[in-house]
Write a protein that binds this ligand. Structure first.
Ligand SMILES: Cc1cc2nc3c(=O)[nH]c(=O)nc-3n(C[C@H](O)[C@H](O)[C@H](O)COP(=O)(O)OP(=O)(O)OC[C@H]3O[C@@H](n4cnc5c(N)ncnc54)[C@H](O)[C@@H]3O)c2cc1C
Length: 405
């Protein structure tokens, strides 16, 4: 409770449903959002709640992109202090939204431990990232580790940290909850509906051309994940994202063992979801092996089922080594996702240079950042406020404007 108050305090933001500045227009602003991932869904909620006339179009189904394939760890681990403050504000925003929206966040914290000197250096560097914040990580002895989480058998510990503010969620469920509340505030969600073109008149956006017809719009928010560059090109703006694949093992369900995000030796990360399944991986990107060559170049599925199953079994076996209570659990499935990864790893948020009715919100860590981006994008798109906290993240830093038709 005390931690929640702290987090809400540092955010200085309003929870959904509290009073917001009056929306001084005769008719609500007509805002389109392209992309029904967690970022687009949060933006739809915040805009609809503030009185905008929102239509969100999604080419497949909600949460079908990076969001579905995300580890969905909510955290503030990053070296850049400004970006870290943004992440902390988003954690606070999640605390405000969790119960009202029924997000079901598991606020179990983050355990990171090392078995040798080289890994211990990384653990200490991770802990140092939170030094000087109001939520520093705590270094743990082996006895403290055991007292904190007896379900985990960590093996020899060269260093261990615990960060109490971290959480995790089911990203598909959370996206659906954001969209449900957005619809309660009058937003329309349309899928399958692919944005295929934009029409401008005298420099102002007038129409979205979609696979289900033309939609008149005054503003468009592009939250299209890895497809964002293709859509921004329609507005004359060139953007490149880094190709960043990642796979995750999902087990069958088992009784509750741990509520932590666990990050152990050998890069093994795992968590247990509210439904009892384990989710985990052991490598931020597919290892540089010939069998991964195609995946490391372009978005695709696993080339064959054998590779998928091999990764799944391999990762599950590693997790079982740290989680004795999971010995009997079987592999369910393995996902392969593609992070919307800006080339400098920082969010890209703001009006598109040369097409100011078009606004972009694309980022890695979009699950962590969705609530704060929803809040900030609402303020800017509705013209309530230019959000200074977004200054380092403007799309103009990648300036390479093509000729806008
Ligand atoms: C393996 C992995 C692990 C991750 N771990 C974490 C983590 O622990 N913590 C964290 O915070 N983040 C994590 N991320 C990143 C996070 O998942 C993403 O940043 C976030 O999901 C992005 O959400 P989004 O809504 O911007 O994009 P997406 O979820 O990709 O949604 C974009 C949507 O736009 C739709 N779309 C695209 N083009 C069009 C079009 N022309 N018309 C209509 N619709 C269109 C797509 O169908 C898609 O549904 C991870 C990602 C991966 C892949």
């Amino acid at each position: 409770m005390r931690r929640r108050q702290f987090l809400t305090g540092i955010a200085g933001i309003t929870a959904c449903g509290l009073s917001l500045p009056a929306f001084a227009r005769r008719a609500p602003l007509k805002v389109g959002i392209v992309g029904g991932g967690i970022v687009g869904a949060s933006i739809a909620l915040h805009l609809a709640e503030a009185g905008a006339d929102v239509v969100l179009f999604e080419k497949t189904a909600p949460a079908s992109g990076a969001t579905r394939n995300s580890f969905a760890w909510l955290n503030a681990f990053v070296a850049d202090r400004h970006y870290q403050a943004l992440r902390l504000r988003s954690l606070a925003a999640y605390h405000a939204l969790d119960v009202p929206l029924g997000l079901g966040i598991i606020w179990g914290g983050y355990l990171n431990w090392a078995r040798d000197a080289a890994e211990a250096q990384i653990v200490r560097a991770n802990a140092a990232q939170l030094d000087g914040t109001r939520f520093p990580a705590r270094m743990l002895s082996a006895a403290e580790f055991a007292a904190l989480d007896s379900a985990i058998e960590p093996g020899p510990i060269a260093a261990a940290l615990f960060s109490s503010i971290d959480g995790h969620l089911d990203p598909v469920w959370a996206t659906e909850r954001f969209l449900r509340r957005a619809r309660q505030h009058g937003a329309h969600t349309v899928y399958p509906c692919e944005l295929q073109g934009l029409r401008f008149h005298q420099g102002r956006l007038t129409t979205a051309l979609t696979s289900t017809g033309e939609i008149p719009l005054e503003r468009l928010v592009v939250a299209a994940g890895v497809d964002t560059p293709r859509i921004l090109a329609m507005a004359g703006f060139e953007l490149q994202l880094r190709h960043a694949p990642g796979f995750l093992m999902h087990s069958m369900s088992l009784p509750a063992l741990t509520n932590r995000i666990c990050d152990g030796p050998g890069g093994v990360e795992f968590k247990q979801m509210a439904d009892g399944t384990l989710v985990g991986g052991d490598s931020p990107e597919p290892p540089d092996l010939p069998v991964h060559a195609a995946i490391r170049e372009r978005a695709m599925d696993f080339p064959d089922e054998a590779l998928r199953a091999w990764h799944g079994t391999r990762v599950l076996d590693k997790i079982k080594a740290f989680l004795p209570g999971a010995q009997a659990v079987a592999l369910d499935h393995v996902t392969l996702g593609f992070r919307p990864m800006p080339t400098d790893a920082l969010p890209i948020v703001g009006a598109v240079p040369g097409a100011t009715d078009v606004y972009v919100a694309v980022t890695h860590s979009g699950v962590t950042l969705a609530p704060i981006l929803g809040d900030y994008v609402r303020r800017e798109v509705l013209g309530e406020q230019k959000v200074d906290a977004l200054t380092p993240y403007r799309p103009g830093r990648f300036m390479a404007v093509l000729r806008k038709s």
